[in-house]
Design a binder for this molecule. Structure first.
Ligand SMILES: CC(C)(COP(=O)(O)OP(=O)(O)OC[C@H]1O[C@@H](n2cnc3c(N)ncnc32)[C@H](O)[C@@H]1OP(=O)(O)O)[C@@H](O)C(=O)NCCC(=O)NCCS
Length: 371
């Protein structure tokens, strides 16, 4: 399982980081002695995800144990905000070659794609680190430069390679220049949170994404309503997936984000797009000050259950539906607020009533993941 870390993971994250700096010192520009000086509060701050998604640490887990880590950092500087960097990748030796490194990179790429305006991801790797170089290359990163003698460890100098993963610019944005062929590796699908005025985007939708034909009047009403949200995956102008949600308030609870539906065209499943769409909605939820997001799915929908678990969803105890057919997941969006799943069970009765009001769209589709 891979998910964003929270301050609760600070101790495990810091000890894995220190272990990595000792075990593989040439893989990192930081040194063990620098990092060992960090205070506990500094370590906690480091794993606290930024509300705007600009900084977070992904963790890969096996049997509840933190097996690997990867940090994502977006520059706050105006001229560099279109770039983000991956750093601190480390998988403990006993957990290597099990897909954790790849899963961490994929989670970070999906996160980058969920943030508006990010155009490229970069990372540096020791030129002698074959495992890491192959890992990044296998996930679409391409080598763009080599810095000779970039780091010095125990008196020995090592070259560092700069790798880039470039995302396709939005369809309405002309490329600033002809990109050099060697660095022109575009990830093909754009994730976009639709806003008022984006109705035209839903005019071109792939088969089996929505249940019924798009209705122009309902689309306008949906996009005009600031409490309704929809993130779409667009492949060459065609909408190939979406996730929709509503954020609501209640007199005794902080705002919550209810994920209504998630669907991908059969041609675009198992490519990380479901995660990217939900991460985009989670960022919307954070912007709306939602403490949690939640979703219901049919217990027979293995794909949806795997998707929600991989995003750190926690199973809810109160949402079963008729015949115990439904399963709910809660996602903590912000720290410092009390998630609904930590409240007394009677409080869940209030939330559980939500599925009755909107039961129909939540029922599992026969041919794909639905919320
Ligand atoms: C590099 C590292 C993160 C890989 O983690 P991992 O969990 O073993 O990677 P995965 O199992 O997800 O492997 C993904 C791909 O990476 C490549 N790869 C990983 N380890 C490899 C190795 N030892 N030899 C060759 N290729 C390797 C392969 O292409 C692999 O795909 P495949 O196994 O499906 O063919 C891990 O070896 C590590 O932590 N090394 C020490 C720290 C480090 O080098 N960090 C990188 C700093 S830039």
């Amino acid at each position: 399982m891979t998910r964003q870390l929270t301050p609760n993971d600070a101790t495990a994250c810091q000890s894995l980081r220190l272990r990595g700096l000792q075990e593989a010192p040439t893989a990192f520009s930081a040194s063990y002695s620098d990092e060992a000086k960090r205070s506990a509060s500094d370590a906690a701050a480091r794993v606290t995800p930024a509300a705007d998604g600009s900084h977070c640490v992904f963790g890969a887990f096996t049997g509840g144990q933190l097996a690997g880590i990867l940090a994502f950092v977006r520059s706050p500087r105006e001229k560099l905000r279109h770039c983000a960097e991956l750093c601190g990748m480390y998988v403990a030796p006993e957990f290597r070659r099990r897909g954790h490194g790849g899963a961490l990179v994929e989670a970070a790429v999906a996160h980058a794609q969920s943030l508006p305006g990010i155009r490229q991801l970069k990372l540096t790797v020791n030129a002698s680190n074959t495992a890491a170089r192959l890992l990044y290359q296998s996930r679409g990163f391409t080598l763009v430069a080599v810095e000779p003698d970039a780091i010095c460890v125990d008196g020995q100098y090592y070259d560092e390679e700069l790798y880039l993963l470039r995302f396709k610019p939005p369809a309405n944005e002309a490329p600033a220049r002809e990109a050099h062929a060697s660095s022109e590796v575009f990830s093909p699908v754009e994730i976009k949170v639709l806003e008022r005025g984006d109705e035209r985007i839903l005019c071109n939708v792939a088969a089996k994404v929505f249940d019924y034909p798009i209705d122009a009047k309902l689309t306008r009403e949906f996009l005009d309503d600031p409490r309704h949200h929809i993130a779409v995956a667009i492949d060459d102008g065609l909408v190939v997936g979406f996730a929709s949600a509503i954020h609501y308030v209640h007199p005794d609870k902080p705002p919550e984000l209810w994920i209504n539906e998630v669907a991908l065209a059969p041609t675009h499943r198992q490519r990380g797009l479901g995660k990217a769409l939900l991460n985009a909605l989670f960022n919307v939820g954070r912007a709306c000050d939602c403490a949690v997001a939640w979703v219901l799915t049919g217990r027979g929908n293995a794909a949806a259950m795997a998707l929600y678990s991989s995003l750190g969803g926690i199973e809810r105890v109160g949402d079963t539906g008729p015949g115990n057919a439904l399963l709910g997941y809660t996602f903590a969006l912000t720290e410092g607020k009390r998630p609904i799943y930590e409240r007394p069970p009677e409080a869940l009765g209030v939330a559980a009533a939500g599925w009755e009001a909107g039961a129909t769209p939540l029922v599992t589709q026969p041919d794909g993941p639905r919320s």
